[in-house]
Write a protein that binds this ligand. Sequence first.
Ligand SMILES: Cc1ncc(COP(=O)(O)O)c(C=O)c1O
Length: 427
Amino acid sequence: MSPSVPSSLAAEDRPNGAVPLRPSSEGNHVLRRETLALDGGLVIDPATKAIAPNISMSVNNILTPGDGAFSAEGVTDLTALPFLYARWTNPTVRQLEQRMAALEGAGDALATATGVAAIAATFLTFLKKGDHLIVSDVCYAGANELARRILPDYGIEVTAVNMSRLGELAAAFRPNTRLVHCESPCNPILRLTDLAKVATLAHRHGALVSVDSTLATPVATRPLALGVDLVIHSLTKFINGHGDALGGIVCGCKDLVEKIRSRAGVYLGATLSAQNAWLVMRGIDTLFPRLRTVSASALRIARFLGDHPRVRSVTYPGLETHPQHDLAKRQMDVFGGLLTFQTENPQMMAVRLASKLRVAHYAFSLGHQRSIVVLLDTAEMMHSTYRLEGAQLADYRAFAGDGVFRLSVGLESVDDLVADLDQALSA
Ligand SMILES: Cc1ncc(COP(=O)(O)O)c(C=O)c1O
C-alpha cells in the first residue's frame, strides 16, 4: 500500500509528488468557478490514480530527514512541514480549504468543526480586551448571542447596528473599532447588506469586515471581490447540502487566515474532522447545480405563496417586492434557496404545517437537499436572542411581522412542493 494521501493545490502542501488533476487555467482561458467547485484543490493520488479524494484519517504524520524539519543541528523548524498533527492541519481538510479558497477567490481558508466555530475563531483572533466590535443587529442567532452576551465578559465592547442603515453604521464607529461583522442575506429575515458600502466605511475607520455568507453561498455572491476582508460559511448548510455533516470555514487573504489559524485555529481546538471535510467536498461537487435548482424553485414557490389566500406576505430577494431587490440584483447572481412567509395565527399554522406537510418537513436548519420549514416567532426571537427595541425592532418587524415561516427549499419537484404547501396551508 502506498502511504501517499496527497490532497492540495498549493505546491508547498503537496507531499509525495502528487500532481493537480488539471492546472487552474489553460493558456488564457481561466477556469470558471463551476469547474473550480469540482477540481479546485483536487489532486490525484499518484499511487492509485483514484479520481475521488482520499480521506486521510491519520492524526499525525511521520517526520523524516530531508522533509524540511531536520538540519545538521537536528530538528529545526516543525512549522516548515505541510502536515504534522491534525489539529493544525490535515491533508483532506487542507484540500477542502483550498477548494473553498478557489471558489471565494481567497488567498487561503481555515476550516472549522462548525460555522459558529469559524465565527468565534474570527472574533477571538481580531478582538481583544478594550476593542470594539460592530455586529449586525440581526444575524444568525448563535453569532449574535456570542457577540452581545459573551464577548462583553472578556472586556470587548459591542454595538449592534442595522447594517442596511449606513448612516447608523457610520455613527457607530469608535477609535477602537476593529471589526464589523455582518450577514447578507441575514438569517432569519432575509434583509440584505450592501457589502461594498460597508467595506468602504469600515476601511475608512481602519476596521476589518467579516461577512457570514452562508445564505448566499459563493454561487450567489463573492464578498471578497466587493472589498470584504473575511468570508465565513456554515458548511453545514448549502455548501455540504445534504444535512449530514457539520462544518465551518473562514476565507480571506493569506495573512489574515494565517493569523486566525495560528491563534484560534490552534487554541480554540474546533478542528474539522477529515470525514466531514470529505463529505463537504462531495457536497461542493454539486453546489452550483443545486443552488441554481433551489433558487429557481424558491422563486416559483415565492410567487405561488404571494397569491395564496392563507399567506399575508412573502419575502424573497428575487421578488420585485423585496425592499432591497435592486441591491439583490447587483450583489447576487442567484437569489438562493431561502424564503420567508407570514400567515394569520402563526402558532396554529405551525401546528398545521407540522402535521399536514407530506413533502416538506417541519424542522430547524436549512440548506439541505430536503425542504424544511419552521416558524420563527418574533416575540420568541426577541426574548431568546435579539432583544431589539424602538427603531431596530420596527425594522425587524417590517420584514418579519409577528413571526416568519422560514422555508429552505430543497431538491424535490417544485410541482410537488407547491401542491404540498397548498394542501397543508389550506387544510
Ligand atoms: C447564517 C448562519 N451562520 C452560521 C450558522 C452556524 O452554523 P453551524 O450550525 O454550522 O455552527 C448558521 C446555522 O444555522 C447559520 O444559519
